[in-house]
Design a protein around this ligand. Structure first.
Ligand code: TRP
Ligand code: SF4
Length: 333
């Protein structure tokens, strides 16, 4: 049997280029190598946004439509919604019983989230029981499919460590070797910075979304930081000090094109505005097929419904096999 991978994303709205280059592109390749499960982590979204659920359903759809557009193939991978696989909640209970409180308390990811929460006011600023359970629920996501590898960013590795500890503890307590100790498969994080040179993120308003139109993309690209020391457009430029625009060229254009940009910039033959206009075009061309596919799925909501329904049913079938075994191992009624 091929090794399994599981990975999920909290549905936080439409995805940007950072997600595409850092995560999704990676998933698209991995799906041909491993038996793959990809899911929208809507319960994890509730750990902090339990009081902001108006957009939750739509956010789940948006994230899945972005995956489909980018090339996650529902015929190859199992695409599902976490909350449509209630067996995960049952496994979460069993795992919660065997997880020492201090394991979750020292989880660094959780500490960061708690810090952000404390800066907020009123309800929503406190840490609920559910949020403390974040790493246990994540372990349930992973162990539900007894996966071998977990594609994640470096920020999530601590969570995989806890999962390994929980899996080992389960095996020890119940004298079994049923669960694998899953290993992280690192994504290429920080491949692309935001338009302002900082980390790309929705909340920093420095992102370009997969779903942005060509016009919006072109406009955003015009705001990209360039060589700050350059005053006039026929001054010689310094591509290596061009903080954002030239980096984007290197990511999105072919080698020879990048070389042309470098030469013309250094000789003062290309102004930054023109350069970014061209860059916008290159980016739009590159994303045209993805955006077309995205549009197709937006116009065919029933097809998306069907993919989610069938994927979640398939995930559930697998989950039911595991939960049955787990109940046996624990000696539940
Ligand atoms: N915590 C992950 C994130 O914020 C999302 C996630 C939830 C996940 N469950 C998972 C990732 C299981 C991998 C495997 O990015
Ligand atoms: Fe950057 Fe292009 Fe301006 Fe050179 S011409 S500094 S590469 S934006």
């Amino acid at each position: 049997m091929a090794d399994r991978i599981v990975s999920g994303m909290r549905p936080t709205g439409k995805l940007h280029f950072g997600h595409y280059l850092g995560v999704i592109q990676n998933w698209v390749e991995l799906q041909y190598k491993y038996e793959s499960f990809f899911f929208a982590a809507d319960w994890h979204a509730l750990t902090t946004k339990y009081d902001k659920t108006e957009t939750l359903k739509n956010d789940v759809r948006d994230v899945i439509i972005d995956w489909l557009a980018c090339g996650i193939d529902p015929k190859v991978s199992t695409i599902y919604v976490q909350s449509l696989v209630p067996e995960i909640a049952e496994l979460n209970i069993y795992l919660g019983m065997i997880t020492p409180q201090n394991w979750v308390e020292r989880d660094p990811c959780l500490k960061d989230m708690a810090k952000i929460l404390r800066t907020k006011e009123g309800a929503g600023s406190q840490i609920n029981y559910g949020l403390m359970g974040y790493p246990v629920l994540m372990s349930a996501d992973i162990m539900m499919f007894n996966s071998t590898y977990i594609p994640v960013g470096i920020d999530q590795v601590a969570h995989i460590e806890i999962t390994r500890d929980i899996a080992r503890r389960f095996n020890n307590i119940y004298k079994t070797d049923f669960f694998n100790e899953p290993k992280p498969l690192l994504n290429n994080c920080s491949l692309i910075c935001g338009l302002d040179g900082n980390k790309m993120g929705k909340s920093f308003q420095n992102d370009i979304k997969i779903s942005d139109t060509d016009e919006v993309t072109a406009k955003k690209v015009m705001t990209a930081i360039t060589d700050r020391s350059r005053m006039r457009k026929d001054d010689p430029g310094h591509p290596d000090e061009c903080e954002v625009a030239f980096k984007y060229w290197q990511i999105f254009a072919a080698q020879d094109e990048v070389q042309t940009v470098r030469c013309e910039c250094e000789k003062g033959l290309r102004g930054c505005a023109d350069c970014k206009r061209m860059l916008g075009k290159v980016i739009n061309e590159k994303f045209a097929p993805i955006r077309e596919k995205r549009k197709y799925y937006e116009e065919h909501p029933q097809e998306v419904d069907k993919i989610i329904k069938e994927g979640s049913e398939k995930a559930r079938e697998e989950a039911q096999k595991v939960i049955k075994e787990v109940r046996n191992i624990i000696k539940m009624y």
